[in-house]
Design a protein around this ligand. Structure first.
Ligand code: TYD
Length: 408
């Protein structure tokens, strides 16, 4: 009842046949945090496929968005790294004429409105859309106007009737999160002025593969975009890429800037990564990725067994979705690691899916720090290590699992 196209072996973008590149076994959805350890959860396969025709990498088995997002607990963390990223993105868009102080900016998947809150004094108007009711309510409470709904064609039409056409639609880390990016792109096109810009940010598949970020693979991440696959997708909706830029957030992200119309100017940035994409997105590269993934699993398993065998205490840091893929794939659970530390109030007291590890607050962790932190939020490594040291804890060491297992 939750599945959309299970066992599918054709590309959701171009319909060509796909081939399997990685199988991480079965896992409950990564953000299904439980209220009690004995709560029963369903697990679903995590199988990655590649389409050699358009370069798209995707999950074989996709789950219904309704199931994944209505009762969502993911809240964008307050992070200096993210704020620096928002500044970088905003300055780039303003300096290059994609955005102005008059612009109406519409953001599907706006979560608690952290990005819109950050930019709203530099643009004309902002409006968020997010399907998670509790999360959208938090955004509205903090003064970022947010509609609680899925961003689809009818919601886009409603927005244009009530708020006018947008100058810029910003879809940050959400176009990979829906089995039908076609619906979202049609909606974006309906909501956008003819000369407006669509800005799409996502994890970049080259970073995911090259940095062995297999933990980025979970049911919410249905697509792993390359420039080639994004170009194909946009083309099917009468749009084209006009610019591309890279960012370090979330283990390496890509920002696609697109416009309506198949013909028109395109910057050289769009073609700059073509050689790397053809060199690193092929059968051999995927086989090497799968083998490095197994290597991380074996090393981490050995290390956790060794440390706990010596009586050392370990907590994970970051109740991240990616952390749940990691823990469940490696086979680590509460018998070895009882606690996970996280700054998100909504996650405190909850139980991680699969591993049954309990989430505690950063204050609780400060009161009795473990010997080791397994950094499941490795994308915020500098910030978290600094925070722990600034709290006076010079004792706990950090296990960083990705791109390879190391103690820092
Ligand atoms: P994120 O990396 O966005 O994870 P994912 O997309 O894999 O779910 O989430 C970061 C998590 O780390 C989030 O739950 C908040 C937590 N976090 C802390 O606990 N402390 C911190 O200092 C930071 C920056 C994040």
């Amino acid at each position: 009842m939750f599945a959309v196209g299970f066992g599918r072996m054709s590309c959701r973008i171009c319909q060509a046949s796909t081939e399997q590149v990685l199988d991480l076994g079965e896992s409950p959805p990564a953000n299904w945090l439980k209220s009690a350890p004995d709560e029963v959860q369903e697990s679903f396969p995590l199988v990655l496929e590649w389409c050699s025709n358009c370069g798209n990498v995707q999950l074989r088995d996709a789950l219904e968005p309704e199931v994944l997002y209505r009762d969502y607990v993911y809240v964008t963390p307050r992070s200096s790294m993210l704020q620096a990223h928002y500044d970088y993105l905003l300055s780039y868009l303003l300096a290059d004429g994609y955005l102005s102080s008059e612009s109406f900016v519409l953001e599907p998947g706006s979560n608690i409105g952290y990005f819109l809150e950050h930019i709203r004094n530099r643009v004309g108007r902002v409006l968020g859309v997010d399907p998670a009711e509790r999360i959208a309510a938090l955004a509205n409470e903090s003064g970022v106007p947010t509609i609680s709904d899925f961003f689809n064609r009818s919601v886009a039409q409603q927005i244009t009737r009530e708020h006018g056409l947008a100058d810029v639609v910003v879809a940050r880390h959400c176009l990979a999160h829906n089995p039908s990016p076609h619906e979202m792109l049609d909606a974006a096109s309906l909501a956008l002025k003819d000369d407006g810009f669509l800005v799409i940010e996502n994890a970049y598949v080259l970073n995911t593969i090259e940095n062995t970020e297999f933990d980025q693979i979970y049911h919410e991440h249905m697509f792993y975009y390359s420039i080639r696959s994004m170009n194909t997708l946009l083309g099917l909706h009468g749009m084209r890429l006009v610019d591309v830029l890279m960012s370090l957030v979330h283990g390496g992200s890509i920002i696609f800037i697109a416009q309506k119309g198949l013909d028109g100017p395109t910057r050289s940035t769009v073609h700059a990564y073509e050689p790397r994409e053809s060199q690193y997105l092929n059968r051999e590269a995927f086989a090497a990725f799968a083998s490095r993934t197994r290597e991380v699993k074996d090393r981490l398993r050995e290390l956790v067994d060794k440390l706990t065998g010596e009586g050392k205490s370990i907590s994970t840091y970051g109740a991240t979705a990616k952390g749940n893929t990691l823990l469940n794939y490696v086979g680590i659970n509460a018998s070895q690691i009882p606690f996970c530390v996280d700054s998100t109030t909504m996650k405190h007291g909850k139980i991680l899916p699969g591993s049954n590890i309990e989430v505690i607050s950063e204050d609780d962790a400060r009161a009795s720090p473990p010997d080791y932190y397994l950094l499941t939020a490795w994308n915020y490594q500098d910030e978290i290590v600094r925070k722990v040291r600034d709290s006076g804890n010079y004792r706990s060491r950090f296990i960083v699992p990705i791109p390879f297992v190391q103690i820092v």
